[in-house]
Write a protein that binds this ligand. Structure first.
Ligand SMILES: Cc1cc2nc3c(=O)[nH]c(=O)nc-3n(C[C@H](O)[C@H](O)[C@H](O)COP(=O)(O)OP(=O)(O)OC[C@H]3O[C@@H](n4cnc5c(N)ncnc54)[C@H](O)[C@@H]3O)c2cc1C
Length: 295
């Protein structure tokens, strides 16, 4: 079943997890272990990022195949326009489809590390909407996800411009939206309301990062923009010499976010676990995710 079929037919919100291809041998070893452990969470789907930071797309295919081989039923590779001409994208996407992947998260991608502006490759795409239209035409059966930004994409002048651009992605053929992380639930609920008012009707799955440290917040803020609630920041700062306490503070924040999002009608919860399987198995979070599923 594709992600959109699951979103349309599931009696309870979906649980999904994002992986990224490991970049070193030791990271590969802990990835292998974590990937096996996370099967125990029974995610409805998992996704695999593509060259975040502007590296190659090949590892995404390898990791996606690895996860499928481990028994994850629905694996959604990400595909970005970074450094890829239209012909190269066709080659790469055809390979994914040939391997049996029926779901793709279509993104423009971030500029390579150290560069501020996105430059399309020669013969490549400037915006994700162009990639979506290309994928929809080339492989009409694909389920296509796209990114949404409750706190607006950093390059956008305004949230309404950003939502209009998101609408173009959906009209180009996207089936659902996964959001960038946020730590204030009201930004998600307001975003959904504004998307609906703009005529975007597809499911909007909130993306959540269980925070583990102040340092992690600072690192994530170099990739994406999000507000950190003052109370969360205060509590993390007060615990900054106690990593275990900081992790628990972040975890409880995530649990509260998840409960409220599900109560407010979110169609799923997409977890940015950053390959850290351990986070999902904290008994309180695991229990919360089980409740979301209704078991
Ligand atoms: C769920 C999720 C998964 C992600 N996975 C990855 C990944 O695997 N690899 C990776 O490198 N990055 C990933 N990212 C980050 C993403 O690539 C960056 O945020 C990137 O800067 C924008 O990608 P996009 O697909 O949203 O681009 P777009 O939708 O093309 O938007 C980029 C910017 O251009 C603007 N825009 C769009 N169309 C137009 C137009 N016609 N005219 C003017 N402006 C326009 C938008 O408002 C926005 O400001 C992910 C983000 C999310 C939320």
């Amino acid at each position: 079943m594709t992600v959109i079929q699951k979103l349309k037919t599931s009696a309870s919100p979906l649980i999904s997890v994002e992986f990224f291809p490991p970049k070193s041998e030791s990271a590969q070893n802990s990835f292998n272990k974590g990937a096996v452990e996370l099967i125990g969470l029974r995610p409805d789907f998992v996704s695999v990022t593509c060259g975040a930071g502007g590296s190659a797309a090949g590892p995404t295919l390898e990791v996606s195949k690895q996860l499928s081989g481990l028994g994850y039923e629905t694996v959604m590779p990400h595909c970005t326009c970074v450094g890829m001409s239209c012909d190269e994208l066709a080659f790469s996407v055809d390979a994914l489809v040939r391997q049996g992947f029926q779901n793709i998260m279509a993104l423009r991608g971030d500029p390579p590390r150290g560069e501020k502006l996105f430059k399309p490759a020669v013969g490549g795409f400037r915006y994700a909407a162009e990639l979506v239209a290309f994928l929809r035409e080339r492989h009409p059966q694909l389920c296509i996800g796209v990114a949404g930004y409750p706190e607006k994409h950093p390059e956008s002048c305004s949230r309404s411009d950003d939502i209009q651009n998101l609408k173009t992605k959906v009209e180009s053929g996207a089936d659902f939206i996964t959001t960038q992380l946020f730590l204030h639930n009201h930004v998600y609920f307001e975003f959904v309301e504004e998307c609906r008012a703009a005529g975007i009707t597809v499911p909007i799955v909130p993306g959540l990062l269980p925070i583990i440290s102040l340092e992690q917040i600072n690192r994530m803020r170099t990739f994406c923009e999000f507000h950190v609630p003052a109370v969360l920041l205060r509590n993390l700062e007060a615990a900054k010499n106690d990593p275990i306490k900081m992790e628990r503070i972040g975890l409880y924040w995530a649990i509260e976010q998840i409960s409220e999002l599900v109560e407010g009608g979110a169609p799923g919860i997409h977890l940015y676990l950053l390959n850290r399987a351990k986070t999902a198995f904290y008994p309180e979070l695991f229990a919360c995710l089980s409740r979301v599923r209704g078991n």
